[in-house]
Design a protein. Sequence first.
Length: 53
Amino acid sequence: MLMVISYGYWVWHGYRQAMRDALLRRHERDVERGEHMEQDNYWRRRTLGARRR
């Protein structure tokens, strides 16, 4: 049972690390493009980005 819990934690930790890395890459990309916005403008950015495509 302990091995199952340990494996689940290991998988969850890997997933969280991957999501954190992806968010950091997105943030760096947005800053480079000059698209960095405050948190309260997140949804506005997403809707404007969808219209731009």
